[in-house]
Design a protein around this ligand. Structure first.
Ligand SMILES: Nc1ncnc2c1ncn2[C@@H]1O[C@H](COP(=O)(O)OP(=O)(O)OP(=O)(O)O)[C@@H](O)[C@H]1O
Ligand SMILES: [Mg+2]
Length: 316
């Protein structure tokens, strides 16, 4: 599969499923997109739309029993090739900051020991002085005081835990950082400061993939956005194209809901337990604009070099 030299991640027809008692649950269905190098790329969608599954695939952290189809290339390494995968190869190239860092960090280790662990796992012969120098550098990038080194994860506030987690991710020297819902427990001020810090990472040559259900946050931090619904990519593009000229009815609804502060309810969720090629558009039962053609799955079509939409109505 060709990969544009400007891209660091490429997914093509990528599907990811979990075996459940009710059958295969395809959490991600036939998604295709490219992540440009040193960009901030947001994956946006409601709960259950497959964002974490996709982020875990990019960071090589899917469980071993996962089912895959299509392709995923991370930093020129083919990580998923239909039903074969080499997820381990993505680990370290892409590092994931988990959805809830304060509970995901080892509770028995102080922040200093967490850093030492990460750095020693990357380079065995690293000296104490080098570790110290690097820790100070990563703390300063994340605007954290050195006192944080003597704290245990449970002693960190939500904003601090998020910044410690980003600093720890940096210490692993990845090319990609995947931040899963980095602002879910933060107030508006901390959301904005974590957003600014994530944006700064591109100065260090890192590509940042941000997973969020918050399109407003996405609009502040990212250059590119992919909108997911029911495991499918419904729209993708530069953030200014997607937000100023949304083409998919779900993207339009997200933008309108953000403006009106409408709260999404569980009734918006769709069942993911269907074949990968289930009949019709994934959004058809909710879509106010559906037409007969929506009984067939719309392919992602590009209306500009970067702006793609999977909607019959938008492309005909
Ligand atoms: N390990 C797993 N085994 C079985 N099903 C899973 C597993 N992980 C996720 N799922 C299911 O896959 C679907 C997508 O989940 P995923 O966590 O990727 O969504 P999400 O968009 O990140 O949601 P949220 O916003 O709630 O974090 C959901 O229906 C979820 O229940
Ligand atoms: Mg998630």
């Amino acid at each position: 599969m060709d990969i544009n030299s400007e891209s660091i991640v490429k997914a093509e027809g990528l599907s990811i499923g979990y075996e459940t008692d009710e059958g295969i649950l395809w959490a991600v269905k036939e998604v295709s997109f490219e992540v440009p190098k040193t960009s901030v790329f947001c994956i946006v969608g409601e709960s259950g739309s497959g964002k974490t599954t996709l982020g875990n695939a990019i960071s090589g952290l899917l469980p071993p029993y996962v089912l895959t189809q299509g392709y995923l290339v991370v930093d020129n390494i083919v990580v998923i090739n239909n039903d074969k995968n080499n997820l381990k190869a993505a680990r370290g190239i892409a590092v994931r900051i988990p959805q809830n860092p304060s509970s995901a960090l080892n509770p028995y280790l102080k922040v200093r020991a967490l850093f030492e662990d990460v750095m020693k796992s990357k380079a065995k012969n690293v000296s104490k002085a080098e570790v110290r120098e690097a820790i100070v550098k990563y703390l300063s990038i994340m605007q954290l005081d050195e006192e944080v080194l003597e704290l245990y994860p449970y002693q960190l506030s939500g904003g601090m835990a998020q910044r410690v987690a980003i600093a720890l991710a940096l210490a692993a020297k990845p090319r990609i950082i995947v931040a899963d819902e980095p602002t879910s427990n933060l107030d508006a001020y901390l959301r904005s400061s974590v957003g600014s810090l994530l944006k700064r990472l591109i100065e260090f040559g890192i590509t940042v993939i941000v997973i969020t259900h918050d399109i407003v946050f996405a609009s502040h931090v990212c250059n590119y956005i992919v909108v997911m619904y029911g495991g499918r990519v419904v729209e993708v593009g530069k953030v200014e194209e997607v937000l100023s000229q949304p083409l998919h009815p779900y993207t339009m609804l997200l933008i309108e809901a953000a403006t009106l502060k409408k709260v999404f309810t569980n009734s918006m969720r769709v069942s993911a337990i269907e074949g990968v090629g289930e009949s019709g558009c994934v959004y058809k039962s909710k879509c106010p604009y559906r037409v007969n053609t929506c009984q067939a799955v719309p392919l992602l079509k590009y209306v500009s070099k970067t702006h793609g939409v999977a909607c019959w109505r938008a492309v005909t």
